[in-house]
Write a protein that binds this ligand. Structure first.
Ligand code: DP6
Length: 342
């Protein structure tokens, strides 16, 4: 059997992707930073078989055969089949594990689908199957077809996905690293992930994005996200950390506001999500520490801050926030350099 292993990180969006068209085309551009410690490691092994109508694969998660992942991977194989026309000629074994706790509520689709896409891109390369000459762009395109946010995990640091007039090379089909100047305050930028709710996702991403179809505020929101990306680009270069925090918090609340005002409607924040946000606001006001929150489509809080205030914020986390976390669990992460082939 031939095999390849990639480790790929999760990412946290600063300007959120929420709403998509057919074929995983985003309704608005987004920007995220790639994390460092929150990773999925995937080994893909393959063996030639007689080509037939079916995809043939098994999935192992943390050393257990895991059939619940099959539908997502089957759907992914169907979407990428035209780019990887050899898929039905092989039998695959996919072995995957995460560095973050199982069902921590951390979105594993970005790290998981990007790790698998990188493995498939490596396989295509080893078989000399024609593909995009830019390996990472090809892997990002595959990742997007698995999960939109996964397209951004293929690169380190700050990454844009979705066509935007001010970002050279940006595309709806794949992500691109932000090449413009970034102020030193964002170097080694920190993300402490406070695990409020570790249960199953209340709204799957497919249903979630679907809520933007026919949403009364959709077109205004897509326009706003694009404007916010222009503003974010400027802020990242000037280092205006207050403006950064204002924009990031507003994006997080807007994402949740979209969910609260769709039909059906959802409240994904939990009481402890709000308590943590209030504590962060109080701490920021009292100590003038530049610490801000952002949210995914769930109850967990990502607390983001510059490295220079790390000691202060870690003390604050231990004294004021840990009690609001499920089983007192939180993850200290920071901006990372992107995937690695192992
Ligand atoms: C709220 O990438 O999980 O995290 O494309 O359907 O797989 P699919 O959606 P997904 O959506 C992520 C949405 C978000 C915001 C973001 O990461 O930009």
């Amino acid at each position: 059997m031939n095999k390849v292993t990639w480790q790929s990180p999760s990412n946290i969006a600063l300007v959120k992707y929420w709403g998509k068209y057919d074929n995983q085309i985003p309704a608005n551009p987004s920007i995220s930073f790639t994390l460092n410690a929150s990773n999925t490691t995937t080994t893909l092994s393959w063996k030639e078989k007689d080509a037939d109508e079916n995809f043939d694969f098994e999935v192992w998660f943390e050393s257990q055969l895991e059939d619940s992942f099959r539908p997502k991977i089957e759907a992914f194989f169907n979407r990428v089949n035209h780019m990887l026309p050899f898929l039905k000629r092989f039998r695959f074994k996919i072995e995957t594990s995460n560095t973050f706790p199982h069902s921590s509520g951390i979105a594993s689709s970005a790290s998981g689908l990007s790790a698998l896409s990188l493995c498939l891109a490596s396989m295509a390369k080893s078989l000399n199957i024609p593909h995009d000459e830019d390996f990472y762009r090809f892997a990002s395109t595959l990742s997007r077809l698995g999960s939109g946010s996964a397209s951004r995990s293929v690169y380190g640091n700050l990454v844009v996905w979705g066509k935007h007039i001010l970002v050279d090379g940006s595309s709806d089909n794949y992500a691109t690293p932000l090449e413009s100047k970034v102020h030193s305050v964002f170097e080694n930028f920190q993300d402490t992930i406070l695990l409020v709710d570790k249960g199953e996702k209340q709204v799957s991403s497919t249903v979630g994005h679907g809520l933007m179809n026919g949403h009364p505020y959709a077109s205004k929101r897509f326009e706003q996200a694009s404007d916010n990306l222009s503003k974010m680009k400027e802020i990242l270069s000037s280092g205006d950390i207050e403006a950064f925090g204002n924009l990031v918090e507003s994006e997080a609340l807007t994402l949740h506001a979209m969910m609260m005002t769709s039909n059906p409607y959802f409240i994904l924040m939990k009481p402890n999500t709000l308590r943590i946000i209030e504590e962060i606001w109080k701490f920021r006001k009292q100590t003038k520490t530049p610490v801000y929150f952002t949210l995914d489509a769930g109850a967990n809080v990502h607390m983001v801050f510059p490295e220079m205030v790390k000691n202060k914020v870690d003390t604050f986390t231990r004294s004021k926030l840990v009690g609001y976390c499920k089983n007192e669990e939180y993850i200290c992460d920071q901006i990372g350099q992107g995937p690695r082939q192992l």
